[in-house]
Write a protein that binds this ligand. Structure first.
Ligand SMILES: Nc1ncnc2c1ncn2[C@@H]1O[C@H](COP(=O)(O)OP(=O)(O)OP(=O)(O)O)[C@@H](O)[C@H]1O
Length: 338
């Protein structure tokens, strides 16, 4: 398994929102997207380091998925320019973005679930997300390349241990197997950079380690990985670099060990928990658990001690829910856990 990339290999100067990288594969400037009166994304500048694993984190509604959609050509920005591997990509449609080496994964749609695993893989060769299945099937790219595409697909299925599922309907796969299929089909275009949208959502905890290893193996192959994830344990475990968004902007950047204790990050998460009573120690501990943040946890525990409240009392289910276990986002409705 690859070691974490040292910060000195990633960073060109000081770690700060929008900071320069030594070898960025993606550089974006003034990217904004408005939905009516709502500003979903308003990123002044961001750089993604080549050959590393970068996590994009932030509270719900921070704009992470919208930014993914913009950069990969699945949505159009109101303003902004960006380059990928030195080439301008603004305004380039999604399937061409994929051919230039940048792909994103998609949760399996109904149409894709009704196709077999191998058909999904063949479709991945077109760089389509799955919304326009029938148009992509007839793309001229197919002609004369079917045997080659099938061979490549079978190789990837073997790598992701899905070869025994080759002719099963994708909809019959477990949550973890679906995530592997999403990753495998994205690799059909042999991308330089892969963008994973919540790779851990809906995955049985027993399969998370194997999924993490598959993601690390992408880096081992020299592929740049950018992923959106709410599972902070995963972020700590595999990310070399973390970019934090809140209210459409990049609010912090750095290696996982420092970002989780950054005041701007803590504020962004705390501010997002309107449903949690942050005036209580229980509320603070709940947020600490979600962020996997020692700093927030220690602060809340100190407060509990000062107030003479035993921490076990402040967290009645502390034993049932170990502090290091982050809360998971619920699985998508159509996902079946193994
Ligand atoms: N097509 C759309 N039409 C209107 N508003 C949208 C649309 N897509 C996203 N938004 C809004 O833009 C904001 C950013 O959403 P986005 O899904 O990018 O956030 P996110 O950080 O990915 O959130 P989550 O972690 O919950 O997936 C939200 O307020 C969302 O409601």
């Amino acid at each position: 398994m690859p070691e974490k990339t040292p910060v000195s290999d990633i960073l060109a100067g000081e770690a700060a929102p929008g900071c320069a990288k030594k070898d960025p594969i993606l550089v974006a400037d003034h990217v904004s997207r408005h939905f009516g009166g709502l500003t979903a994304v308003d990123v002044a500048h961001v750089e993604i380091p080549r050959g590393s694993i970068t996590a994009l984190i932030g509270p719900n509604g921070a704009g992470k998925t919208t930014l993914f959609n913009l950069l990969t050509g699945f949505d159009k920005p109101n303003t902004g320019t960006w380059t990928f591997d030195g080439q301008s990509l603004g305004g380039v449609p999604a399937f061409k973005v994929a051919r230039r080496g940048m792909v994103r994964t998609f949760q399996l749609t109904k149409a894709l679930s009704a196709m077999t695993v191998i058909e999904n893989m063949r479709l991945g060769a077109t760089g389509q997300g799955g919304e326009n299945v029938f148009a992509s099937v007839i793309r001229p790219l197919w002609r004369g390349r079917e045997a080659e595409i099938t061979e490549q697909a079978e190789g990837l299925l073997a790598r992701f241990k899905l070869d025994t599922k080759r002719d099963d309907y994708a909809g019959s796969l477990s949550g973890g197997q679906r995530k592997l299929l999403e990753m495998a089909r994205a690799l059909m275009t042999r991308p330089k950079m892969i963008m994973l949208d919540e790779p851990m959502a809906g995955v049985n905890p027993a399969l998370t380690q194997s999924l993490l290893e598959h993601i690390l193996s992408l880096k081992d192959d020299g592929t740049t990985v950018l992923f959106v994830e709410h599972d902070m344990h995963m972020v700590n475990e595999i990310a070399d670099w973390v970019i934090v968004m809140a209210e459409g902007k990049v609010v912090a950047e750095g290696p996982p060990s420092t970002v989780m204790n950054d005041q701007a990050v803590i504020d962004a998460y705390l501010g997002a928990h309107h449903d949690v009573d942050l005036g209580t120690i229980e509320g603070r501990l709940e947020v600490a658990e979600e962020m996997d943040s020692e700093a927030v946890r220690e602060e809340a525990e100190e407060e509990a001690e000062a107030a003479g409240i035993p921490v076990e009392h402040a967290t009645p289910d502390a034993e049932a829910t170990p502090a290091k276990t982050p809360r998971k986002k619920p699985a998508a409705k159509d996902e079946v856990t193994p």
